[in-house]
Design a protein around this ligand. Structure first.
Ligand SMILES: NC(=O)c1ccc[n+]([C@@H]2O[C@H](COP(=O)([O-])OP(=O)(O)OC[C@H]3O[C@@H](n4cnc5c(N)ncnc54)[C@H](OP(=O)(O)O)[C@@H]3O)[C@@H](O)[C@H]2O)c1
Length: 261
């Protein structure tokens, strides 16, 4: 396999933004960027030496070998229907939840390149700390995806669609739900004119302890202790926030159910 290969990006959202810049820095030319909003494609192209913005999904004349479909999950099927790729090209999506099969309407090779990380444009990404979950319909495609992951300095990990879906579900609990709970915690402090930063050492210690001891050993709090008066007090404090009250009840009940031998 050649050391560098051309890549095109379809969807200049959070993931496309970081993958394009990471792969370009690793020596792979990003040839074309297509995005529904051209301004987004243009903003990304300006950060890359060789990229041009394209306004069509007809890539038949493209020099790229790898096409990364980094658009929203709900848009994948529709985009695949309109894509025209050069002969022999590989099309890979970056979704944790969508099957490899969703790409099957394309004439070329297909794969999945799912980076297990949370991406925001404002925050630089250290790919050396990231596992990229791979799936491919054939050996040569797997080799190409493996090379792209390694070029980023990431750890490639082949897995099935079913395993990736389970990992994605776990990631939603570990990252998205945890982050949502942190946001609620910030709002609770705001309601009493307390600074959000008060919680920073607690948040850091919680994550460090979950990583070093494991979350099962690290759990503390009134639900684990079965401290009913404190929990009733908390529910009274949440009287004006019915959704948070419901979350508190559900999470506490689940901790208590899990704690029972
Ligand atoms: N963000 C993460 O942390 C993360 C991590 C791992 C994997 N992923 C996966 O990576 C993929 C991209 O996620 P993302 O977070 O980068 O998404 P995003 O930031 O929300 O960007 C989504 C992109 O898809 C485009 N899009 C949305 N609906 C479309 C449609 N109907 N037709 C054409 N384009 C459409 C958007 O265009 P506009 O700019 O015009 O709206 C945008 O370019 C998804 O499969 C996601 O599951 C995300």
């Amino acid at each position: 396999m050649e050391n560098t290969f051309g890549i095109s990006i379809i969807g200049a959202g959070r993931v496309g933004w970081h993958l394009a810049q990471g792969l370009s820095a690793a020596g792979h030319p990003i040839n074309e960027i297509w995005s529904r909003r051209h301004s987004q494609a243009q903003e990304l192209a300006e950060r890359l030496p060789a990229a041009r913005v394209v306004h069509t999904l007809d890539f038949s004349q493209s020099p790229s070998r790898l096409f990364l479909l980094t658009a929203a999950d709900a848009a994948l099927e529709e985009l695949v229907r309109h894509l025209i790729l050069p002969t022999g090209a590989l099309l890979a999506h970056t979704s944790g939840s969508q099957p490899l099969d969703i790409l099957k309407k394309t004439a070329g090779h297909t794969g999945v390149f799912y980076p297990l990380q949370t991406f925001s444009k404002e925050k630089p990404v250290d790919f050396t700390q990231i596992t990229i979950c791979l799936e491919a319909a054939d050996y040569a495609s797997m080799q190409l995806l493996d090379a792209a992951a390694r070029a980023l300095g990431a750890q490639p990990l082949p897995m099935s669609t079913q395993q990736r879906r389970q990992l994605h579900l776990a990631a939603v609990f570990a990252s998205n739900f945890s982050n949502h709970l942190l946001r609620i915690a910030h709002e609770l402090l705001q309601q009493s004119q307390l600074p959000a930063a008060l919680l920073d050492p607690l948040i850091r210690e919680t994550l460090e302890k979950a990583l070093s001891l494991g979350p099962a050993a690290a759990q503390t709090g009134p639900a684990l202790r079965g401290d009913a008066p404190v929990m009733e007090q908390h529910l009274r404090q949440l009287f004006g926030e019915p959704a948070w009250l419901e979350l508190y009840r559900l999470l506490s009940a689940d901790i208590q159910k899990w704690k029972k031998p």
